[in-house]
Write a protein that binds this ligand. Sequence first.
Ligand SMILES: [Zn+2]
Length: 450
Amino acid sequence: MPGACRLSIGDGTKHTQHRMTIEMKLAQYSMGIGDRFGHQGQAQLAAFVRAAQQGLHVVPVWNKSNREHLIVHSQPAAVRQEADAAVQALHWSAGYHVDADHIGLKTVDRFLGVSDFFTIDVADFIAEPAAADAVDALIASMAAIGERPAIAGLTQPLLLTPQRIAEIAGKYLVAVQEAGRVYRHIEKHKGRGNFITEVSMDETDRSQTPVDLLVILAALAQEGIPVQTIAPKFTGRFNKGVDYQGDLRQFEQEFNDDLAVVAFAVQHFRLPADLKLSVHSGSDKFSIYEPIRRALGLWHAGLHLKTAGTTWLEEIAALAAAGDDGLSLARDIYAAALARFDELCGPYASVIDIDRAALPGGPQVQAWTGTRFAAAIRHDPADSRYNPSLRQLLHVGYKLAAEAGERYTRLLDKYASAVGAEVTANLFTRHLLRIFPAAESHQDHGGHRG
Ligand SMILES: [Zn+2]
């Protein structure tokens, strides 16, 4: 990577300043994992162990959002305990983190003691009007890169007039300022350089274009946030637990352009050298894994992929397949999910698309064997029994398993090896192996250095 001293855009002058100091680095490849009920720590980590044995080194990041904690009534400390215990049991020595996922000023405090990774979610502050002098300061800070920055590898050259910057700042500057407040609050408690900072703007309706991303990164640099992962909203639908919906070609072009912008921002703004993109709701997006993997190889870029709910779906599929008391619990949860459809789907409305007509009725599912039920849940697009609407409904139905309490967790214990095997195989085969490029060749394929 380039040296530590770069031109600063901090005040628009051309003297050299030091890059923001970061002691805690994030590995090139990392993947967010998590399970609702804290039973699959080792099974999840086993997937990373298997990958490492094949030369694919990915760092696990246990993540659980505040929303999820509230729904299952769990505490952030339990995630730290689960991660530490799994790491000890499997003698994992390659690094791991515990992510306070989607937090803001109001929710961050109970994560401060146990997390070393913070996903600052400022999507709610998008489109709030920014003060004119702040917009002017941002425009001045970007003057050094010019109105036509030469960003290698971009599909189309960017035009960054002061008006264009002001327009984009009008959407995102207040959100970035809020991220600054949250960042400084965390820094005050944890100390500078002792944690990883992610900024997320993904839970919003409108996607962010590469030029939006460039202005957002400039604003984050100006705000003094040493952001290491950034989660923009990409084009297309990232529904929970099912495949990507959207224009694959457009996604691939946008993803490559985003990588070009990140590489440029690292060189020209005072941002950490390990800054990379973070893809949220990243589990099960099988159709974009190949384009992402190609792009990462081309750019020698890093990636953080967030998954979590996919593991709960493997639990419920494995319990259904186990038959007997596992199957009857899975049937009960599905029947209750049908009855409480609106309540369960409400908080996730922007990230699910369920076709109600495609949902089998309760009596029909009562008649299914465990094998049949598991096939409807499991994400195997080649299996005609797979039902993405049913899968999404169960995805948001984890609240019902939480309500089942011990009845559910006792079954997780009873069928631990069958459930664990599904959890490991899902993360290893369907995710880790598909999305991350095999061992880096360190050859120049043209990418950003071309
Ligand atoms: Zn997210």
